[in-house]
Write a protein that binds this ligand. Structure first.
Ligand code: AMP
Ligand code: ZN
Length: 498
């Protein structure tokens, strides 16, 4: 099967053929570190983490480069407002960014260059562009001459003459053409600056990605990614700079993630409609947020809401409960007469089909929404099988259920959604501790030990024909949504959802 992906350059779905067999080189635009990132930024980083993980799962050796923009107008502004240096702002928020990515379970880039550590190569690229007639100097600033590059507009599909008429308003008089953009900016007093052939100054934002991608990966490299809001002008300018400087094609496939919206409007710092990632991660486990994101295809817009977060939380618990329950059952003997052969084979067929659908969906432009849909179907089938055969489970039944659980764990893992580790059995409400204290004299604080104490008390009460005590256990648990079912393998605890 071939992996197909949508290439923004050309706007079609294409077969993915990397430059070098078995290897993928990818570059993803990183953050400008002037504040904590919001969940819109996080969506884009999660989308490319998904793509990277799937490529790795497909057996590719992936070089994944992401820059950190640690000098920029926004950083300088934030520093002035806070009364600290730009370097302090950049250091605080790049640390916060790295922590947020780790908390989110995003795999570390293989290289993570910073703008302030790449000034030399940036000056070199500007010199190359001036030499080749693609850039010019005005009073310590250097501009890229957009009309000197014939392919300008090919990524975003814009026409240079239309752009020109739109750009006429409020033009900087010093530019030869309103479309030209800064490669190098002279420093104003108090701003961070580096020595260059054109005086003290700092690099323009677009330049750093052209330089760092070439430096780390060479050109052309395989995949360039970022949010769709970066197509114009950032990525269009990157193409122009790089292809003009090297005379070679720049990136072979351009991938762009859709925006995360709030009430149908893009989440952004400037609109003030943002939710910080760190605040969401304080209230919800990272895999829940990831699950929410992956339920929408990475190129489609995603409308974020707290209700969707709650739904994702329930969905995550459903997967986790299914796996916990099967793991718990498999740790116990299952001498029941067993489900019918037809039922068991039907579940086995679902496992096989879900594996095939997962691969086909992910090979089709990383359709995580489809892939997750298949996994939900498997969880539903396994839960259905369990509740239909709860009291008669046999060892072959548990083998098929074990296969279903292993499939869910493995394929969610490919998507980066890890289930809670080390817990088996139903997740019990904390209330069981109080009942165990009252009825069974339990004095610890562990729900599963409390449940064991209650099961013992229940068995002892039944043996003694102490029905009042046995009923107290049953009624206390029922009030918490927990029931105990007697099966061939002994009592089974069933926790109803919610
Ligand atoms: P910035 O720090 O603003 O350059 O953004 C970092 C990354 O987040 C870029 O790849 C942007 O495309 C992406 N981004 C910004 N806002 C959103 C949003 N609302 N939804 C998805 N991605 C976004
Ligand atoms: Zn970039």
């Amino acid at each position: 099967m071939t992996l197909r992906l949508y290439n923004s350059m050309g706007r079609t779905k294409e077969d993915f053929v990397p430059r070098e067999a078995g290897k993928v080189s990818m570059y993803i635009c990183g953050p400008t570190v002037y504040n904590h990132i919001h969940i819109g930024n996080a969506r884009t980083f999660l989308s490319f983490d998904l793509i990277r993980r799937y490529l790795e799962h497909r057996g590719f050796d992936v070089a994944f480069v992401q820059n950190i923009t640690d000098v920029d107008d926004k950083i300088i502004r934030a520093a002035a407002e806070a009364g600290v240096t730009a370097a302090e702002v950049a250091s605080t928020y790049s640390d916060a960014f790295l922590k947020a990515m780790a908390d989110l379970g995003v795999e570390k880039p293989t290289a993570q260059p910073r703008a302030t550590e790449t000034i030399g190569p940036m000056i070199e690229m500007v010199e190359r562009l001036i030499e080749r007639g693609h850039a010019y100097v005005v009073d310590g600033d250097v501009y890229f001459a957009v009309r000197s590059f014939t392919g300008y507009g090919k990524l975003s599909g814009r026409d240079i003459d239309d752009l020109e008429s739109g750009a006429r308003v409020g033009v900087d008089e010093r530019k030869n053409d309103p479309l030209d953009f800064a490669l190098w900016k002279s420093a104003k007093p108090g701003e961070p600056h580096w020595t260059s052939p054109w005086g003290e100054g700092r690099p323009g934002w677009h330049l750093e990605c052209s330089v760092m991608s070439e430096m780390e990966l060479g050109v052309p490299f395989d995949i360039h990614g970022g949010g769709s809001d970066l197509i114009f002008p950032h990525h269009e300018n990157e193409v122009a700079q790089s292809e003009a400087a090297t005379g070679k094609p720049f990136a072979r496939y351009w991938l762009h993630g859709g925006m995360l919206n709030i009430n149908a409007e893009k989440m952004s710092k400037s609109l003030g409609n943002f939710t910080l990632l760190k605040d969401v991660l304080e209230a919800y486990p990272a895999p829940v947020l990831r699950l929410l994101m992956l339920q929408t295809h990475y190129r489609s817009p995603l409308d974020f809401s707290t209700e969707r977060l709650e739904e994702a939380s329930t969905a995550y618990e459903r997967f986790a409960n299914m796996v916990r329950m099967i793991t718990w059952l498999r740790d116990r003997p299952a001498p029941g007469i067993g489900a019918g052969v037809a039922d068991r084979e039907a579940l086995q067929t679902v496992v096989t089909e879900v594996r095939a659908r997962f691969a086909a969906d992910m090979d089709d432009d990383f359709n995580s929404a489809g892939a997750l849909g298949a996994l939900f179907e498997l969880a539903r089938a396994a839960n259905g099988f369990l509740s239909a055969n709860e009291t008669v489970l046999s060892a072959p039944d548990l083998d098929v259920l074990g296969d279903a659980a292993a499939t869910v764990i493995e394929l969610l893992g490919v998507l980066g959604v890890d289930l809670p580790a080390g817990e088996t059995g139903p997740s019990l409400p904390v209330g069981v501790i109080a009942i165990a204290a009252e009825v069974a004299g339990y004095s610890g604080d562990d729900t599963s030990a409390a449940m064991d104490a209650l099961l013992e008390a229940r068995a002892a009460a039944r043996a003694d024909k102490d029905w009042a005590r046995a009923d107290a256990v049953r009624d206390g648990l029922a009030a918490l949504g927990v029931r105990v079912e007697d099966t061939a393998a002994g009592p089974r605890v069933i926790v109803s959802e919610n």
